[in-house]
Design a protein around this ligand. Structure first.
Ligand code: IMP
Length: 421
């Protein structure tokens, strides 16, 4: 039985908590895309963690965590996260890193600054796009190179030589030395060496043997490099479609596909956002929802739930079930709106636009529903929510024709409907 969890919006849907809950019942947890641009917030045995790279399986002894080839990895940060989790759970988690996953080097972050994409696109400034770009341009450095110091040094030297010629005026770029960078990576990756391997057969075997494999996505569907709001996207495939290529497993069969969606919508970074609320209602959502980036600390832009975008994202991923998060953040509102349609130039937009520029021209059409203005208590089912809150959940199900199987109404694991604890 395999399950996949990913975000249906612009990231920050609360995937961290949901994957952490589902990982408890898994034998293996596989992260398939992105890098330290992700920030997953979760509470494990009363301790709050903000993780960026390590899969949620690491919190449970006996569960294997896999970082697949579709990721870009900051090896220093990964080692740090493994150590922090080991200290917390009292043993070193079993972590496998794909030898063909690419590494983020310090010069990728420098490059991102020099090119100004942080300011232009509101990126997380973690060197994500430069690392993916080096990968497809054949000038990347891979995790497997850590097992062969000579190859590692020569790959870095080759890339650095090009970069130094491209950026003669950058003191930071000129100061890098291939030897020093290689030493840095080798030292940081020392404890990880044993786990660096070809992960495909390991995951394939687990699937064949009917082990419980959980695939963990990062970022969100609307940030997908191909199907997101280009150019305001990240650099990886954030949809279920990314799982096969990331692992080298053709069309892995995934029975349960959980799409995580927040009960409202947020976006961090630049790019169009039709239902954005630049008013006190939006500010209220930000404060009540603690909408500040886990990775960068930036305030997130907030707005009403966008069902046009959600339907698109659910269809792209073949979602079988929705996990609706942060329902409690809506507690104090008299009226809640949901966007049910876009109009562009006075006409209904048939499909979600594939370009950021076209999305910027879309005007949202809203349906208003009653708020509940009360605390949610400790509900164990949708029926035991306040009536207006239950109606809100049912409205989403009806509009999307997909079951809401999980509802999260607070950061703690027990504040969840629909997962077995
Ligand atoms: P990058 O992934 O750092 O290149 O950033 C590209 C865009 O994706 C920016 O708008 C980021 O804010 C956004 N982004 C990347 N990762 C996440 C995430 O995990 N949550 C929310 N937004 C993200």
């Amino acid at each position: 039985m395999s399950t996949a969890v990913l975000g249906l919006q612009w990231g920050d849907e609360g995937k961290g908590k949901i994957t952490h809950l589902l990982a408890r019942e898994a034998d293996m947890v596989v992260r398939f895309n992105g890098g330290p641009n992700a920030g997953h917030t979760l509470i494990d045995r009363g301790v709050k963690f903000g993780t960026h790279l390590i899969p949620a399986g690491a919190f449970y002894p006996g569960v294997t965590s896999v970082l697949a080839a579709g990721m870009v990895v900051d090896i220093e940060l990964l080692s740090k996260e493994i150590r922090a989790v080991a200290d917390h759970i009292g043993e070193t988690p079993r972590v496998l890193l794909a030898e063909n996953a690419h590494l983020i080097l310090p010069y990728h972050r420098t490059l991102e600054e020099l090119e100004g994409s942080g300011a232009r696109f509101g990126t997380t400034r973690r060197g994500i796009a430069p690392a993916y770009r080096d990968k497809v341009a054949h000038v990347g450095v891979r995790a497997g190179d850590l097992l062969d110091p000579e190859t590692l040094r020569s790959r870095i030297a080759w890339r650095l030589d090009l970069l130094k010629r491209e950026w003669p005026a950058s003191e930071e770029m000129q100061a890098y030395s291939a030897g020093a960078l290689a030493e840095l990576l080798l030292a940081a990756g020392k404890e990880l060496r044993e786990g660096i391997c070809d992960v495909s057969p390991v995951v394939d075997e687990a699937l064949r043997k009917g082990k419980r494999v959980l695939f963990e996505g990062a970022q969100g569907t609307l940030l997908d490099v191909d199907f997101g709001t280009y150019p305001f996207v990240t650099s990886s495939t954030t949809t279920f479609g990314g799982i096969g290529p990331s692992l080298g497993i053709p069309l892995p069969s995934i029975d349960r596909r959980v799409g995580v969606a927040k009960a409202y919508l947020t976006r961090v970074g630049e790019g169009p956002f039709p239902t954005e609320l630049e008013n006190p209602v939006g500010a209220g959502l930000r404060e009540r929802g603690g909408e500040y980036g886990t990775t960068t600390g930036r305030p997130r832009r907030c707005g009403w739930l966008d069902l046009v975008a959600l339907r698109y994202a659910a269809t792209l991923n073949g979602i079988t079930e929705i996990a609706l998060t942060k329902l409690d953040v809506l507690n104090e509102l008299d009226e809640i709106r949901v966007c049910t349609e876009y109009r562009i130039g006075g006409r209904s937009a048939e499909r979600y636009p594939l370009s950021g520029e076209r999305l910027a021209r879309c005007e949202p059409v809203y349906e208003a529903v009653r708020g509940w203005r009360e605390a949610l208590g400790n509900p164990t089912s949708v029926e035991s929510l306040p009536k207006a809150a239950a109606n809100y959940v049912r409205l989403i199900e009806k509009k999307l024709e997909i079951r809401v199987g999980i509802v999260s109404y607070g950061p703690r694991p027990e504040e969840t409907i629909g997962t077995t604890l």
